[in-house]
Ligand binder design. Structure first.
Ligand SMILES: *Cc1c(COP(=O)(O)O)cnc(C)c1O
Length: 422
C-alpha cells in the first residue's frame, strides 16, 4: 500500500487547485455596457420612478422572480442586508425572540440584534445539519416573533414543516438560503417557502455579483416594507401610505446597476453551475461511501441538495483515529479539506459578553437567556469531533482535481492503521 504523504510518502496531488470562477465574456460585456452608459446606479431615496432602482436592477429582479417562482424579488447589497431588512419588515422589536441555528455565517444570528431582537439558539438535526423542527417547536414562547432557518451547506431545512409551525403560531419564517440556490424540498425552491427568503450573491457563492443579495416573498405588504427599508423608508411613508411604520427607517441597502447587470448573466447560468457542483459532490459521495467511520452527506428523499459544502460525518470512536489526524493526512495528500465549519455561533464574544449595541449590553439587558457552552450539544459535537468538509464552491474541480479527491480519500482511509500507530 502507498505510504501516506503525512508519513513521508508521495502526495496524490501536488499542484494548487484552480479557483472557482463563474465569470465569462457575458459578464464582461454587461459590465462594459453599463459602465459606458455612465449610470452605475439609478436609485433615488425619495418617491419617484427611480425609488426602486434602474433598468438593470428591475430586470434582474424580474428574472429572479420568474426563475424562482416567487411574486416579488427585491435585490439588496448583501445577504446580511437582506436578513436585516427581512427582520425589520416582519416587525422584530426590542425583546422579541428570534429562533436561529448555531451553525451558519454569523450574520444570520446577529441580524436580530439591530432591532433589539434576542437570538434564541436551537440545536441542529444531525442528519442534514439544519434546524431540528421539534426543538424549534419546543423553543417557541409568547415572545417569539420569527424563526430564521438556514439551508446549511446547500441542503434545505425542514421548510414545509417550519412554515406550517410558523403559521400555526402566528409568527414569521425567514429563510437564509445563501448557500442553497435551486435546492428544493417537496418540489419547492429553498428561499421561497418562508414568508421571506434571502439569497447571497457574494464572491464565495454558487453565483455572484461581487457583493449582493436577493429577498424573495409572495406577500405584497412584506415586499413593500422590504423596498422601503432598502431605501430610506422614512421618506416614502406618506406617498406610499404605509400605515404601520414600525422599523421603516434609514438604510441604504441598494444594489448597483453594475452588480445587477452581472446578476442577470449569472442567473442565466445558474442551472449549469449548480448541476456541476452537484455532480462533483455526488462523485465524492460515491467514492467515499463505505469508508470506515465516514458518512457522506445525507439527502432527505424529498430534497435536492446543491452542495455549497460537501459535509461528511466522521466517527473517531469507530476508527480509533482522531479527526484532526485524518484531516492532516488528507491535507498532506494535497487536498483542501476542513473540519468543523465555524465555531458554534453562541461562542462568539457578542453572546459570551452579552454586549451588542451601546455600552450597557443592550439588547441582552432585555432577557435572562444565557449562552452557555453546551447549549446545543449536537452542533458542539459536530464542530469538535465529527464534521469533515470540502468547500465545493471554492475550486473549479477539474477532472484531475476530482480524481485527486477520490484517490486521496481512498488512500487515507485504506491506511488508517498506519495513522493509528503514528
Ligand atoms: C454567505 C452567507 C451569509 C452572508 O452573505 P453576504 O452576502 O456576504 O452578506 C449569510 N448566511 C449564510 C448562511 C451564508 O452562507
Amino acid at each position: 500500500m502507498n505510504t501516506l504523504a503525512l508519513l513521508g510518502g508521495q502526495p496524490v496531488y501536488d499542484r494548487p487547485f484552480t479557483p472557482y470562477n463563474s465569470m465569462g465574456e457575458e459578464e464582461v460585456a454587461a459590465v462594459t455596457r453599463v459602465a459606458r452608459s455612465g449610470k452605475l446606479s439609478a436609485f433615488i431615496g425619495a418617491w419617484c420612478d427611480d425609488f426602486d432602482g434602474g433598468s438593470e436592477v428591475k430586470g434582474f429582479e424580474a428574472s429572479w422572480a420568474a426563475r424562482f417562482g416567487c411574486r416579488h424579488a427585491i435585490s439588496v447589497n448583501s445577504n446580511t442586508s437582506g436578513l436585516i431588512a427581512a427582520l425589520g419588515a416582519v416587525g422584530v422589536g426590542p425583546g422579541d425572540e428570534v429562533i436561529v441555528p448555531p451553525y451558519s455565517m454569523s450574520a444570520t444570528v446577529v441580524a436580530p440584534l439591530f432591532y433589539g431582537g434576542i437570538p434564541v439558539f436551537v440545536d441542529l438535526e444531525p442528519q442534514t445539519f439544519c434546524l431540528d423542527p421539534a426543538k424549534v417547536r419546543a423553543a417557541i414562547t409568547s415572545k417569539t416573533r420569527a424563526i430564521v432557518v438556514v439551508d446549511l451547506f446547500g441542503h434545505p431545512g425542514a421548510l414545509r414543516e417550519l412554515r406550517q409551525l410558523a403559521d400555526e403560531k402566528g409568527i414569521y419564517l425567514i429563510e437564509d438560503a445563501a448557500q442553497a440556490p435551486l435546492a428544493t424540498e417537496f418540489g419547492r425552491y429553498a428561499g421561497t417557502v418562508g414568508h421571506i427568503g434571502v439569497f447571497s450573491l457574494n464572491y464565495h457563492k454558487h453565483i455572484h455579483t461581487g457583493e449582493g443579495g436577493m429577498c424573495c416573498t409572495d406577500d405584497d405588504e412584506l415586499a413593500l416594507r422590504l423596498r422601503a427599508i432598502r431605501n430610506h423608508g422614512e421618506n416614502i411613508v406618506e406617498p406610499l401610505k404605509i400605515a404601520d411604520i414600525t422599523n421603516i427607517i434609514g438604510f441604504n441597502l441598494r444594489m448597483t446597476e453594475l452588480s445587477a447587470a452581472i446578476g442577470i448573466e449569472q442567473l442565466k447560468k445558474v442551472d449549469r453551475l449548480v448541476d456541476a457542483r452537484e455532480a462533483i459532490a455526488n462523485r465524492l459521495t460515491e467514492a467515499t461511501r463505505g469508508l470506515p467511520g465516514l458518512t457522506p452527506p445525507r439527502v432527505r428523499p424529498d430534497c435536492r441538495h446543491v452542495y455549497y459544502v460537501w459535509s461528511a460525518s466522521y466517527d473517531e470512536e469507530q476508527t480509533g483515529v482522531a479527526r484532526e489526524k485524518v484531516v492532516a493526512a488528507l491535507a498532506a495528500e494535497g487536498l483542501p479539506v476542513s473540519q468543523g465549519y465555524v465555531e458554534p455561533l453562541y461562542w462568539l464574544p457578542v453572546f459570551q459578553q452579552r454586549k451588542a449595541i451601546g455600552r450597557d449590553g443592550w439588547p441582552f439587558t432585555l432577557t435572562d437567556r444565557a449562552y452557555e457552552r453546551g447549549l446545543c450539544p449536537v452542533v458542539e459535537r459536530l464542530h469538535e469531533k465529527e464534521l469533515i468538509e470540502v468547500h465545493v464552491c471554492s475550486h473549479l474541480f477539474t477532472e484531475q482535481e476530482q480524481q485527486a479527491y477520490v484517490d486521496g480519500f481512498q488512500k487515507v482511509f485504506a491506511n488508517l492503521d498506519s495513522l493509528r500507530k503514528s
